[in-house]
Design a protein around this ligand. Structure first.
Ligand code: 3HC
Length: 308
């Protein structure tokens, strides 16, 4: 059954201040987008001051890059930077009317994050999660007002990828959904409303691609051969490049979620989990082309016999 269509635009609430929970790779990228496109204050938090400071630092560096490329003036560069405020005090979220989280992909962690943030924000504030594969409805399980929760799934690199998947749960109100659609539009992204199913639309398909690529690798084809074979299809990125972009941990999580939800349909790779746990990195040649994993990482999978 197709989800209900987009609600009446007039229901959208104005977003005047954005709260971001998590100051990692995704969160900092979309923080830049929020200040640049909405021109509203953005407050960002994480577990400790060091993470917050690093996050704010990378947001500022991205804003500087925009100025260096001539995309924004130096006045704008300063204005945008001044809109970003890092904090460890959730009281700073009190007047946010849009709060989005991009913390570790673990259900319990996300549930607690929202239960906590709900204590600090106004009852009308819309809450959004950037989860890539978890159930949005379950993420809202500890909320007093789960009807204001919506999925708002960005893609990496956030500045370039045109899509946001807006996920409606059975409880999401038209107001929350309309606000999410309007926000996506104001961020100059295409929004697609999806049902709250594992992987939504895009990651469901990517899980198939990455899973089958890992299946081939785990069964004796080298990673570079899989990459080369698939690049003939004209994909923007080969499987290893995609894994490098999103990170092995996220890649492993996407496979795990889909395999758990549909064990007969999706492959999960033990090797990928081992590599992610180890913190393996791809080795690249001087042009940045991926050659494979470093030797130490290879030793931890299949006793070094893996063709990775
Ligand atoms: N981070 C930030 N910006 C990046 C980047 C990165 N890793 N890679 C490229 N860019 C920027 C460049 O700086 C450039 O910006 P500019 O126009 O302001 O200078 C712009 O992207 C274009 O870069 P290139 O000229 O190098 O263009 P390419 O032709 O190499 O394209 C790409 C780069 C757009 C990233 C292209 O390779 C692509 O579309 N790849 C597919 C990405 C993809 O599938 N993403 C989805 C991942 S899944 C996901 O995120 C969901 C999650 O839940 C797992």
């Amino acid at each position: 059954k197709h989800p209900a269509g987009a609600p009446d635009k007039d229901l959208a609430q104005r977003v005047t201040k954005v709260g971001i929970i998590g100051a990692g790779l995704m969160a900092t990228q979309f923080a830049v987008l929020f200040v640049r496109r909405l021109r509203v204050p953005v407050v960002i938090t994480d577990l400790d001051q060091t993470r917050v400071d690093q996050g704010v630092e990378s947001i500022r560096a991205e804003i500087d890059k925009l100025a260096d490329k001539g995309r924004i003036s130096s006045d704008e560069q300063n204005r945008l930077k001044a809109l970003v405020h890092g904090t460890t005090d959730k009281a700073d979220f009190a007047d946010c009317d849009w709060v989005i989280e991009a913390v570790f992909e673990e259900l319990g962690v996300k549930q607690d994050v929202f239960a906590d943030v709900e204590k600090h924000v106004a009852p009308e504030a819309v809450l959004a999660t950037n989860t890539s594969s978890l159930s949005v409805d379950q993420i809202g399980a500890k909320l007093e007002h789960p009807e204001r929760l919506v999925g708002f799934h960005f893609f990496n690199p956030v500045a370039v990828m045109p899509l946001i998947e807006v996920v409606r749960t059975p409880k999401t109100t038209d107001v929350a959904l309309a606000t999410a659609m309007a926000t996506a539009k104001n961020l100059r992204k295409n929004a697609v409303i999806t049902r709250d199913t594992p992987g939504f639309v895009v990651n469901r398909v990517l899980a198939k691609l990455l899973g089958e690529a890992m299946y081939a690798v785990d069964n004796g084809t080298s990673f570079s051969d899989v990459d080369e074979a698939l690049s003939s299809l004209g994909l923007p990125m080969a499987p290893s490049e995609l894994l490098d972009l999103v990170g092995l941990r996220v890649g492993a999580h996407v496979l795990d979620t889909h395999h758990r939800a549909f064990p007969d349909r999706f492959y999960d790779s033990e090797n990928l989990h081992k590599l992610a746990d180890y913190g393996a990195l791809f080795e690249k040649d001087s042009k940045g082309k991926i050659k494979g994993f470093d030797k130490k990482a290879l030793k931890i999978v299949s006793g070094g016999k893996s063709p990775l």
